[in-house]
Design a protein around this ligand. Structure first.
Ligand SMILES: [Zn+2]
Length: 67
């Protein structure tokens, strides 16, 4: 068994062989097409909700301080 093919995936956009990251995402070196790793969307959604909650809380505290 010889590992000659290190490429496991090809760019969805232009077909250039790409090296996947540990989580399955990649950035194409030829056209910079980006494929997010699995779970990245979920993590970002969670972070966005956390940030929105923090912003809302900060606004509420500002309101309290004003009056
Ligand atoms: Zn590409």
């Amino acid at each position: 068994m010889v590992a000659v093919d290190t490429y496991t995936r090809y760019c969805e956009s232009c077909g250039t062989p790409v090296t996947e990251g540990p989580e399955g995402g990649y950035v194409c070196g030829a056209c910079f097409h980006v494929v997010e790793p699995r779970g990245a969307d979920e993590a970002r959604k969670r972070r966005r909700i956390e940030r929105a909650t923090m912003v809302a809380e900060a606004a509420r505290l500002r309101q309290l301080q004003r009056y």
